[in-house]
Design a protein around this ligand. Structure first.
Ligand code: ADP
Ligand code: MG
Ligand code: MG
Length: 252
């Protein structure tokens, strides 16, 4: 589904990612961990297609296509979901209307018949159970005055309603409280399937107790320096990153 080869990325002339390699197949959940400033959010932002990130070498292949040639809109239409894609408040636009517009725009792009308001309401109500929100929540303006937990519910609801193939969740700076942590992990667990994949950037070993990733990668100094299974996250929780830095220094 996603193949990142020797990726080098600079921001304002500073090289942040320095030869990053990562391969993600359908059905897999990958956790990305690593010390602050190692480039985790940069990786998420490059996948999202944000400006200001200059790819100086390497490639990213998504479903056999050059991702770097795809517009932000096309990435989304082709199934890439970024957790913070819609963090902005949209005053005056209710959740239900937002979902209706986004869903039908998506369907139009894929040459599928538009859904009626009634069909959409039925679908959204069904998915709303997943994140434990009611009709009142669906009538609220998107993200307006949402708590951290409600923003997370919104995100998972969007993923469930709009569908996705590759979800990239950068949870690093969001300061998840216990409630939000539970919503994210239960949401991911319910949405994970044979045909999709997740990249979860996290500082929290706790999150990984609930999600149980197939792979854990340590990003350090702009490259993935170690990969393992969920036990690697436990080891990092216990030992910190000092040994990773020593190993990386010894290898270079
Ligand atoms: P992480 O998410 O692993 O903590 P980031 O990807 O946010 O790391 O940042 C990696 C490095 O790149 C940091 O030194 C950071 O200061 C720098 N950086 C990231 N984004 C920008 C930006 N937009 N402008 C300038 N420097 C940036
Ligand atoms: Mg950071
Ligand atoms: Mg970050």
């Amino acid at each position: 589904m996603l193949k990142i080869k020797n990726l080098h990325v600079s921001v304002e002339g500073n090289e942040i990612l320095r030869g990053l390699n990562l391969e993600i197949n359908k059905g897999e959940v990958h956790a990305i961990m690593g010390p602050n400033g190692s480039g985790k959010s940069t990786l998420a932002n490059v996948l999202a297609g944000k400006e200001d990130y200059e790819v100086t070498a390497g490639e990213i292949i998504y479903k056999g296509e050059d991702l770097l040639e795809m517009s932000i809109e096309d990435r989304s239409r082709e199934g890439i979901f970024m957790a913070f894609q819609y963090p902005v408040e949209i005053p005056g636009v209710s959740m239900i209307n937002f979902l209706k517009t986004a869903l039908n725009a998506n369907r139009e792009y894929h040459e599928q018949k538009k859904m009626s308001a009634r069909e959409i309401l039925k679908l959204v109500r069904e998915k709303a159970k997943l994140v434990e929100v009611d009709d009142e929540f669906l009538r609220r303006a998107v993200n307006e005055g949402f708590s951290g937990g409600e923003k997370k519910r919104n995100e998972i609801l969007q993923m469930a309603v709009l569908g996705f193939q590759l979800a990239v969740l950068d949870e690093t700076d969001s300061g998840l409280d216990i409630d939000a942590l539970r919503i994210v992990s239960e949401g991911i667990n319910q949405l994970r399937g044979e045909d999709n994949a997740f990249v979860v950037v996290t500082h929290y070993q706790r999150l990984l107790d609930h999600i149980v990733p197939d792979f854990v990668h340590v990003l350090y100094n702009g490259a993935i320096v170690k990969s393992g299974d969920k036990n690697l996250a436990l080891e990092l929780e216990k030992e910190g990153y000092a040994w990773i830095k020593e190993e990386a220094a010894a290898a270079s």
